[in-house]
Design a protein around this ligand. Sequence first.
Ligand code: DAH
Length: 338
Amino acid sequence: MLEKINSLIAEVDSLVANNADEIEALRIKYLSKKGAITALMADFRNVPAEQKKEIGVKINELKNKATEKLNALRASFETTDTDCGIDITRTAYPVALGTRHPLTIVKNEIIDIFSRLGFSLAEGPEVEDDWHVFSAMNFAEDHPARDMQDTFFVEAHPDIILRTHTSSVQSRVMEKQQPPLRIICPGRVYRNEAVSARAHCFFHQVEGLYVDENVSFTDLKQVLLLFAREMFGEDTKIRLRPSYFPFTEPSAEMDVSCTLCKGEGCSMCKGSGWLEILGCGMVHPNVLELNGIDSTKYKGYAFGMGIERITNLKYQVKDLRLFSENDVRFLKEFEAAN
Ligand code: DAH
């Protein structure tokens, strides 16, 4: 038995391996439950008492040598892996994912709903001229919205302004394209307002425009009803109230049944059961003509909504400033909606 142990010690001393798999195979061969060394230990029972001490010491020596040798072989591979500075066996760092901004989530949802209704996307510049924002949209020369109190002007260029609404994109599209037109235009708009919980100097809108032959107010109402149901739930009701905008005639404002109390009356809808969400109407014939479209042949409808407003109603955000502060705790609250 002594001879066998000695030859195993010599064998273990000269072990080589080329990779982790070969090391594992050696571990199994010598040190596992069915390995050569474990078998020797089982035989130890049959060793005569007077040899037990000597053989016991040798078996221990063999076992220690085998363990050390395998550890040394393993270490030699680990150092090879990190030689180039990269430990390819190391667990990767966890990747922390961000979340989409709530306004992006809601904007995408609006785009998705109108895409399914056949609307395509259009965009226009945020730094605009007076023509596209006001004149082409049938604002009278002395209309109060042109006032410095509402509009940001580019210094030294009284004609260049930051757009106050996305309706300017209506004009940008009509001047280039003849009907049929069916577009939605999401984007940022600016107004000269003091920043508070309920007002901001910039916010976001989505504009809609549909121009074709035989377009009626009923078409507008149907599309808006579909939109409201998709956005706020199947049981949502809408109501249209007469209103005024220079670029539509007739004009209306649309309310949806309160998203919180379902029309019962609560603090969010101030007891009325209704929440205003957008402005709309039939495109004013002047707007069609000003933008190169024959108003005797074509009619259209348009609508415009605030993305912040809709987000507030869906998620009960109480303070507009939260949208632009980039507080990660606020943004993380929308993780589930991503
Ligand atoms: N531009 C309007 C605003 O900023 C919103 C609006 C109302 C857009 C009626 C429209 C519309 O297209 O038809 O308040």
